[in-house]
Design a protein around this ligand. Structure first.
Ligand code: G3I
Length: 461
């Protein structure tokens, strides 16, 4: 009898064990921004800051699997770490590292040398003492975080927008040699960390990007230990998308360095509306696709994930709504889904911020299976609310596709991303955006509806 009970318990344990395994596997398979990026060998991260780490709703998302990397937005800057000369305070930086380690987030160190958030004592030093102060700061901080950060923004924002070197206490004292000196000092302190130079408005080709390109080329030629270039990508929909971003990233990679998108956000003039959200989504999609298309683009970091903690409104009056989660920590269906599709994922369910008041979001309609050299399009309503809905069409098959359908109930598309729209009355024709020519491709749109929102019959040719 006793043997039977033990045998029964063993069977039960085995069953429980199997069940637990299956649940774990199912959880691991959940699609997140990080899981999609990791499938391509990249990370997807979010900046964070110390005050936010007490917001449990916020930390639940930051550490909940969407992200695989974080950057402290302020905690490792000079004024925080060495507010008075020779006195180092790592409390805030350590708090970010502790959170990151507990939630499986890699940490990018930001930043060792920057003209901003620099304590007054540095600017007040005689020029002859600047080099020693710079080297001591880098050595102390990079040694403290050795093994805890995988990369450092060693030098941040060295250029003016016209491509000239920015004046700073370091530049004034040492000329542009402070840059090479900073990299050599950082390498000596932490030989394993990837060492980056980082700037904004270098995302697309132009004078500032050219200046950065020439600098990195000359640093490499001189044997300076530089491993990567960070492109901040603080974008604004009212200023247009950076010129030839993918080609720009690629030319840096061709110098033999990694590249990374380090501080991505896409701001707009407030208030938000569906058209601005759609444009913003296009920008997010374009940035992600530019990175994914460049083998040496190692990862993407958004500059915090929620509008609740964005730096934008306090810097640019009347602007904001720059991040994929809104101020209530709700995912924006547009921006979030645009990142997902940019990373090669498919939108799996309606985003939480959409009130479902129309057809079931899971409804979809596909064109006929493709013959050789043809294509298939699947039309899906991913979210719907009174008067409006978001649709998405995924295309498989041949490059150079054209998708057509006819709306039966007067629906009208207001914005479309990932393709070029032509709507004439109820007849819709969509051809691919230049970067979206080759399937699997996805495009999305916002449209109006009233009364009935029937799924159309889609054709792909
Ligand atoms: O800590 C003080 C606090 O004691 C004081 O009461 C408060 C009053 O305004 O200011 C607090 O400091 C603020 C600091 O963030 C910490 O919250 C500063 O005013 C504020 O200017 C500072 O803004 C940071 C900004 O860099 C400074 O340039 C942003 O949070 C941070 O996100 C932003 O990050 C930069 C990157 O490092 C480099 N690239 C551009 C990016 C955006 O500006």
């Amino acid at each position: 009898m006793r043997r039977k009970i033990i045998a029964g318990a063993a069977t039960l344990l085995a069953a429980v064990g199997t069940f637990t395994f299956v649940v774990t596997r199912a959880e691991a398979a959940t699609q997140t921004l990080q899981s999609l990026a990791a499938a391509g060998g990249r990370y997807f991260g979010s900046a964070t800051d110390n005050p936010e780490l007490t917001d449990t709703a916020y930390t639940a998302i930051l550490g909940g699997g969407e992200f695989g990397q974080t950057t402290p937005g302020n905690a490792m800057k000079w004024d925080t770490i060495e507010p008075t000369q020779g006195t180092f305070n790592y409390t805030k930086g350590d708090a970010v590292v502790t959170f990151a380690q507990a939630h499986n987030l890699k940490v990018r160190g930001h930043t060792l040398v920057w003209h901003n958030q620099l304590p007054g004592w540095v600017s007040a030093l005689p020029a002859a003492q600047l080099q020693a102060a710079l080297e001591n700061h880098i050595t102390q901080e990079a040694t403290h975080y050795k093994g805890k950060v995988f990369a450092w923004d060693v030098v941040n924002e060295p250029f003016n927008d016209d491509g000239t070197f920015r004046t700073s206490p370091f530049y004034n004292a040492m000329g542009s040699d402070y840059i090479a000196d900073a990299f050599r000092t950082a390498r000596a302190a932490d030989p394993d960390a990837k060492l980056y130079i980082n700037d904004y408005n270098t995302d697309g080709q132009g004078a500032k990007a050219d200046a950065m390109y020439n600098l990195v080329k000359s640093l490499k030629a001189a044997g300076v230990p530089i491993d990567g270039v960070g492109f901040q990508a603080h974008l604004a929909i009212q200023y247009g998308f950076p010129t030839n971003m993918q080609a720009n990233l690629q030319r840096f990679a061709d110098l033999g360095v990694d590249v990374a998108i380090t501080e991505l956000d896409v701001r707009m003039v407030l208030p938000r509306d569906s058209a601005k959200d759609a444009t913003q989504a296009t920008y997010y999609n374009n940035v992600v696709k530019a990175c994914v298309a460049v083998t040496r683009c190692v990862g993407i970091t958004i500059w915090d994930y929620t509008d609740k903690y964005s730096w934008v409104p306090s810097t640019f009056s009347g602007q904001g709504a720059a991040l994929p989660w809104d101020e209530n920590l709700v995912k924006k269906p547009t921006a979030y889904d645009a990142i997902v599709t940019g990373l090669g994922g498919t939108v799996q369910s309606p985003s939480a911020s959409v009130t479902s008041a129309g057809p079931s979001p899971s409804k979809s309609a596909s064109s006929s299976p493709p013959a050789a050299g043809a294509c298939t399009a699947t039309y899906k309503i991913v979210g719907s609310w009174p008067g409006g809905f978001q649709g998405e069409v995924s295309v498989t098959g041949k490059a150079g596709w054209t998708v057509r359908w006819t709306f039966a109930n007067g629906q009208t598309i207001s914005q479309l991303w990932g393709g070029t729209l032509s709507q004439s009355g109820s007849a819709v024709t969509v051809t691919p955006a230049s970067w979206n020519n080759t399937p699997p491709a996805t495009f999305g749109f916002l449209a109006s509806w009233n009364g009935t929102n029937a799924l159309p019959t889609v054709a792909c040719s």
